[in-house]
Design a protein around this ligand. Structure first.
Ligand code: F6P
Length: 363
């Protein structure tokens, strides 16, 4: 039987637990043995008690639980070749031939590097007598499948990532709450939301809550944005609105690529419009709590698809990433998705914002 390791890596996302649950239960139903690798890549590097065989009951009740119960980490040792060598050794010693990684852009990049180095790592482990000749022959290939778990929805080649919808919902609830107190006091609020270099959460929250203005990295505002936001806020006030809400992605920048900060916006609204303005940084509340129904379902169907992808894989196939496109589960080359994702950051760095937007939405 296939022996599949499953790990979650990078920032946790609501839906990671349902994804692991689906991998465990569907994997078992297909005759595979499933191993939970605890604490992300760190557990893979450390081995021992961090690699545990999972059974049907191990994941009982996980659908409704936020975060990731097998733990996660932003692991520095795995970024080094020595760390990856140790990780490869632990996989071989546990008889694990396939890995399903649920994480964001950085974690899946790490997975891709690991697989591309695999034969070299095995050779080195054999030469340094850390594994036997038989093991080197048996484990000459590693199957890796990526599941995209990230609240940021920043991965190319998929319409939506596990956790993004729950996080968006949480942001909307918070902005709605801010709205009632803002209206009561006739105040302005500048709300910072997560998303790293991606503006999806901010943009969608702006649409869903009717914000007055949204700042996102992929489309910096025109140079006179200070005047624009004042005009917009003033116009909305003239129409009788008692609140002003501006949503700022944490990665927001101006057209010269300088960060746009919430306090900067607060000062402009206060000084130019005389608005009583407060700043709210939503922080990790956006990442916490029980997954929304959509993320439970997305994670479940994608978890099942990831096991199927392992079972279908052959040594000559590139590692796949499970995604979603036009409401269908997709299985596309992981390396390509990682490359396209990095191209967005590159396009922004080159001030080619039209290309950044096009890459985010390739249709
Ligand atoms: O990638 C998810 C994310 O929540 C980003 O939106 C944010 O920039 C980052 O992780 C925060 O990371 P940490 O939890 O390590 O502070």
């Amino acid at each position: 039987p296939k022996r599949i390791g499953v790990l979650t890596s990078g920032g946790d996302a609501p839906g990671m637990n349902p994804a692991v649950r689906a991998v465990v239960r569907y994997g078992i139903s297909k005759g595979c043995e499933i191993f939970g690798i605890y604490e992300g890549y760190q557990g893979l590097v450390d081995g021992g008690k961090f690699i545990k065989k999972m059974d049907w009951k191990s994941v009982r009740g996980w659908l409704a639980v936020g975060g990731t119960s097998i733990g996660t980490a932003r692991c520095m040792p795995f970024k080094t070749r020595e760390g990856r060598l140790q990780a490869a050794c632990n996989l071989v010693k546990n008889g694990i031939d396939s890995l399903i990684v649920c994480g964001g852009d950085g974690s899946l990049t790490g997975a891709d590097v690991f697989r591309s180095e695999w034969s070299g790592l095995i050779e080195e482990l054999f030469k340094t007598e850390r594994i036997t000749k038989d093991e080197a022959t048996q484990y000459n290939h590693l199957t890796i499948v990526g599941l995209v778990g990230s609240i940021d929805n920043d991965m190319s080649s998929t319409d939506i990532t596990i956790g993004a919808v729950t996080s968006l919902h949480r942001i909307c609830e918070s902005v709605d709450s801010i709205g009632t107190t803002a209206s009561s006091h006739s105040r302005a609020f500048v709300v910072e939301v997560m998303g790293r270099h991606c503006g999806w959460l901010a943009l969608m929250a702006g649409i869903a809550t009717g914000a007055d203005f949204v700042f996102i990295p992929e489309r910096p505002p025109a140079d006179d944005w200070e005047t624009t936001i004042c005009n917009v806020a003033h116009r909305h006030r003239e129409l009788g609105k008692r609140k002003t809400v501006i949503i700022v992605a944490e990665g927001a920048i101006d057209s010269a690529l300088n960060p746009i900060k919430v306090d900067q916006i607060k000062d402009i609204l206060t000084e130019r419009l005389g608005l009583d303005t407060r700043v709210t940084t939503l922080g990790h509340t956006q990442r916490g709590g029980s997954p929304a129904a959509f993320d439970r379902i997305l994670a479940t169907v994608q978890g099942v698809a990831s096991v199927d992808a392992v079972l279908r894989s052959t040594p000559d196939m590139p590692s796949p990433m499970i995604g979603m496109s036009d409401n269908q589960v997709t299985c596309k080359p992981l390396m390509k998705a990682v490359e396209l994702t990095h191209e967005v950051a590159q396009a922004i760095g080159e001030k080619n914002f039209a290309r950044a937007m096009a890459l985010r939405d390739p249709q």
